[in-house]
Design a protein around this ligand. Structure first.
Ligand SMILES: *[C@@H]1O[C@H](CO)[C@@H](O)[C@H](O)[C@H]1NC(C)=O
Ligand SMILES: *[C@@H]1O[C@H](CO)[C@@H](O)[C@H](O)[C@H]1NC(C)=O
Ligand SMILES: *[C@@H]1O[C@H](CO)[C@@H](O)[C@H](O)[C@H]1NC(C)=O
Ligand SMILES: *[C@@H]1O[C@H](CO)[C@@H](O)[C@H](O)[C@H]1NC(C)=O
Ligand SMILES: *[C@@H]1O[C@H](CO)[C@@H](O)[C@H](O)[C@H]1NC(C)=O
Ligand SMILES: *[C@@H]1O[C@H](CO)[C@@H](O)[C@H](O)[C@H]1NC(C)=O
Length: 588
């Protein structure tokens, strides 16, 4: 069995401030839709490297830039292999036996973990080695005697057909599409030499995995794992190329591409305590209304207060805001100041309410520990001025700006931006029609589109071509041999099979493993699991070890940040499924 391991969807930070505190120059805040995890995936530090397993050298395959046209250029696509548990020549494929369900001789299988839209190298020690215990991929490789592969997506990390920077041309970007990137996996899989072919005689004397491991997908089942965007890819591959990918674990996969993703923060709102929600909604509306008014004095005061809260620190420390003046504050745009109210949401999608929002809500609801919280909230009890003041105090008391994060990867930011601007959309706008919105309406669809057009003046369609993704079924898809896992309060659940949004098909997960190679019979259901209280890709992470109190938000991409249960629940259910499906491989 081959585990093609496609790691987590990396996530472009929703709002990056380029406000240099020291210089007190509020510049522009960049509002990209948030996606996966990459902004908080740190490479291991130098001192940690001493404890890391032996280096696992990257492999490269020569990949056509263009699978579908006449372009003949190629590039080097990077991947890694761990063959520790690989047992070739085992009781592999009794091919023609139709579904030998009870003769449990597992076919050796590959696991491919897809790293999606990020540099895959930092993932290596966590997902393909034992830096912090066995990952889901390595556990599956161990159990099914598989080969584990970590795959890097084109246009990320070292897998670059072209240099990615502000000079990358429209002619070059046209090769970063969903279809080209899916076909990369097909090409890669078909590059493995078939067993007993003349060229496999070289196996003993080569370190080239394409030759050394006779693991063509016609002979050995390939299993694909991925969370977030790679979760989408894992599901699409099973539909698009069932002859290549035999089974998939699609974690937190927003398979329904949609330009308007105002649903993103609805998931966070649903997770709030009711008093905190009431105040957040009221303050958001008040700030939007004031900035939209003609009251210049109120506007400049509000801008100043919002920026000051953002720049101040715990214990009433206003040092960071020392150089801020009303004149400087007035230069900041409406959307930049209004989105200060969303500071507390920066880490929400990985941590959920309990770990990332409750401390903030507590400051807000107790007015900085000076009053008892009430059920209806501060605004309804004491009015908007007290509510706003308490909200801003809570923002400065929790110093979000000081929470360590990952330095930006400019290649990733740009390539993912091309992907969402051209195909996925997912514009996380604030919806003024939503009475429970906790996101400013200044973050509009037009703003997102405008940022896309400015970043890519040529080559973009007028609007993201979501049909390129949704032609595989979107959230109505019903593939065989795929498990869909979600977190109850994951903002990305809203775009997946488990969505509860009003325009979604309202399907429900069922843990009953469907028969192999058979779509679940009831299309209003699907095979999978939704973890209570959990958020984005809560399952496919490495088990939590060092940051047990999740005080360091940098580690979230690697460790299970909130609970270990989804890891075991997801892994356990997927193993039950593979136990059922794998014996059918190659069967009639
Ligand atoms: C392969 O995985 C095993 C188990 O996690 C680990 O001990 C080993 O260091 C890895 N080998 C390489 C070359 O990455
Ligand atoms: C992009 O092109 C301009 C003009 O040729 C050049 O000055 C700049 O250094 C280039 N940027 C990169 C990252 O190569
Ligand atoms: C919040 O309360 C703490 C502790 O009493 C105090 O030091 C701090 O100044 C207060 N923060 C603000 C912004 O008033
Ligand atoms: C106050 O905040 C500044 C940064 O804005 C920091 O350098 C300083 O150490 C803080 N002071 C205290 C007492 O925490
Ligand atoms: C108000 O909100 C706080 C923080 O979210 C919560 O701990 C508390 O239980 C709520 N209080 C009431 C009375 O609803
Ligand atoms: C986590 O918090 C608990 C209780 O505050 C503390 O005893 C423990 O040492 C902390 N663990 C780590 C790893 O920081």
């Amino acid at each position: 069995m081959l585990f093609v391991f496609l790691p987590l969807l990396s996530c472009v930070v929703g709002a990056v401030w380029s406000f240099a505190k020291a210089e007190q120059t509020p510049l522009q805040r960049f509002h990209a839709p948030r996606l996966g995890t990459a902004e908080i995936l740190p490479p291991p530090t130098l001192e940690n490297r001493d404890n890391m397993p032996v280096a696992n050298a990257a492999k490269f395959i020569e990949m056509p830039v263009d699978h579908f046209g006449h372009e003949t250029a190629t590039f080097q696509n990077r991947y890694w292999v761990n063959s520790t548990y690989w047992q070739p020549g085992g009781p592999v494929f009794r091919q023609s036996t139709p579904c030998p369900r009870f003769s449990v001789s597992y076919p050796v299988a590959h696991k491919v973990f897809d790293s999606g839209e990020q540099n895959a190298e930092p993932l290596l020690p966590y997902y393909l080695q034992e830096y912090h215990g066995l990952s889901a991929t390595m556990r599956l490789a161990k159990r099914y005697k598989g080969l584990a592969i970590l795959w890097e997506h084109r246009f990320y990390g070292a897998s670059l057909p072209f240099p990615v920077d502000e000079n990358t041309t429209a002619d070059q970007w046209q090769f970063l599409t969903t279809e080209q990137a899916l076909e990369d996996i097909v090409f890669f899989a078909n590059s493995f030499v078939e067993p007993n072919s003349p060229s496999s005689n070289a196996a003993a004397s080569t370190s080239d995995p394409l030759v050394a491991f006779p693991v063509h997908p016609s002979k050995i089942p390939w299993v694909m794992l991925g969370g977030s965007y790679p979760g989408i890819r894992s599901a699409l591959m099973r539909i698009r190329n069932p002859e290549v990918i035999y089974a998939s674990w699609a974690s937190s996969a927003p398979v329904q591409a949609q330009v308007d993703m105002s649903s993103y923060y609805k998931a966070a709102e649903r997770s709030l305590t009711r008093n905190c929600s009431a105040d957040w909604v009221a303050v958001t509306k008040y700030v939007d209304d004031t900035l939209n008014s003609n009251d210049e004095t109120a506007i400049v005061n509000l801008k100043f207060d919002l920026l000051k809260a953002h720049l101040s620190g715990p214990g009433g420390n206003t040092t960071g805001a020392a150089g801020l003046t009303k004149q400087i504050a007035n230069q900041a745009s409406d959307v930049d100041v209004a989105s200060v109210l969303m500071d507390p949401l920066n880490f929400y999608q990985y941590y959920g309410f309990q770990a990332s929002l409750l401390p903030f809500c507590n400051f807000l609801e107790t007015q900085n520990n000076t009053a008892a919280p009430v059920e209806a909230g501060v605004v309804s009890q004491f009015g908007i001025n007290v509510g706003l003041k308490s909200f801003l105090t809570a923002i400065s008391e929790i110093d979000y700006a000081a929470i360590p994060g990952n330095p930006d990867d400019p290649v990733q930011d740009r390539s993912w931006m091309w992907q969402y601007c051209s195909e996925y959309g997912f514009y996380q706008r604030g919806d003024p029609e939503n009475p429970l919105s906790i996101e400013t309406a200044f973050l509009s669809l037009q703003l997102f589109q405008q940022q896309c057009n400015e970043a890519f003046p040529e080559g973009l369609p007028p609007s993201p071509q979501v049909g390129n993704v949704n032609k595989y079924g979107g959230w109505n898809m019903n593939p065989s041999n795929v498990m869909f896992a979600n977190g109850e309060f994951d903002p990305w659940r809203t775009m997946g099979l488990a969505s509860i949004e009003s325009n979604a098909p309202q399907r429900t997960p069922s843990p009953a493993v469907p028969a192999c190679n058979t779509s679940p019979s009831n299309p209003s259901s699907f095979f999978g699991i939704t973890y209570d209280n959990m958020v984005h890709v809560s399952d496919m992470r490495v088990l939590l070890t060092p940051d047990a109190n999740h005080s360091d938000f940098k580690t979230v991409g690697f460790y299970s940040p909130v609970s270990q249960q989804p890891f075991y629940a997801g892994l356990g259910l997927f193993e039950l499924a593979l136990d059922e499906w794998l014996p059918c491989f190659g069967g009639a």
